[in-house]
Design a protein around this ligand. Structure first.
Ligand code: WAQ
Ligand code: MG
Length: 265
């Protein structure tokens, strides 16, 4: 296999993130050299034309990944849940988190952290799955998962389309959640988008990706991610995995039952 490159973008309004700029958008992928130009152009376009606002700062990083450093994870199964309104959606999200092994108080506390954000972070909060206490020290930055891609982007697109699924938000979230769920110490993840028009969010864990169509009100530009971890998780090691380990996501081996409706895993 030829060498792969990690390509990632972050964009902010006002000034750079680290100088206090407001996070607008980010993106990451793992690609062969031949696809970098197209991917870079798409990421620049995304940063400059975004529903959260116009970026004044944009950083693109491209670096090669040694083939022997690449790990693999399997694409999570999807469970689509129909819900009626945001309150019902969040209620169901709590239930899904508990099914994956988060305690009720921790699920409630973790969700409250996300609900209380004054504006979106660039990355995720790491929270104890037993107590709901925030464990990372990144304050308003968050832990950003990167070096993540599909082992076969064309096959993934066809796979999703065969289930009537597609779109950047879903594809990227599914890849990210598949890497996160494979992390040592991860129990579950809770996410909703910070793009004002995108209300679908999810709860994910090793047992699957539970898609909830309305986890926030349309028009809200505040979203985020919470990674719930075992109380004894090695946080430094986990953070290294999330931020720097290159992971390619493979399609599941068995096709039957990959997408299910209105059942929790
Ligand atoms: N690592 C950690 N946290 C991230 C990352 C990352 N690579 N990317 C985004 N976040 C956090 C950050 O706080 C953002 O503000 C927040 O998540 C939302 O990011 O249809 O689009 O890219 O099934 O806006 C989920 C549903 C869509 C998809 C999620 O998130 C579906 C989405 P966004
Ligand atoms: Mg966004």
């Amino acid at each position: 296999m030829s060498a792969l490159f990690s390509i990632r973008m972050r964009a902010a309004q006002g000034c750079a993130h680290e100088a206090g700029g407001r996070h607008i958008s980010g993106a990451e992928s793992l690609l062969p050299e031949s696809e970098l130009k197209t991917a870079a152009a798409a990421m620049i376009e995304r940063a400059l034309v975004h529903s959260r606002g116009k970026a004044d700062f944009l950083q693109l990083t491209i670096e090669s990944i040694a083939p022997q450093a690449i790990r693999h994870a399997e694409l999570l199964s999807i469970y689509e849940q129909s819900t009626d309104g945001v309150a019902a959606g969040r209620e169901l999200a709590l239930k899904a988190l508990m099914r994956l092994g988060v305690t009720l108080p921790a699920a409630v506390r973790g969700m409250a952290l996300l609900e209380a954000l004054p504006d979106s972070m660039r990355g995720a909060m790491i929270v104890c799955a037993e107590t709901g206490a925030r464990l990372d020290d990144t304050i308003a930055r968050g832990v950003r998962v990167s070096r993540i891609g599909s082992a076969d982007p064309t096959a993934l697109e066809q796979w999703l389309a065969s289930y009537g699924l597609g779109g950047d938000h879903l594809r990227e979230a599914l890849l990210l959640a598949s890497k996160v769920a494979a992390g040592d110490g991860i129990i579950a993840e809770l996410c909703w988008s910070d793009d004002p028009e995108y209300t679908t969010g999810y709860v994910a864990g090793a047992a699957g990706y539970v898609r909830l169509p309305q986890l926030k009100e349309a028009g809200s530009g505040i979203g985020g991610r919470v990674f719930f971890v075992r109380p004894d998780a090695d946080l430094a090691e986990l953070r290294r995995y999330l931020e720097t380990t290159a992971v390619l996501v493979d399609l599941p081996t068995a096709k039957g039952g990959w997408l299910q409706h209105d059942v929790l895993p």
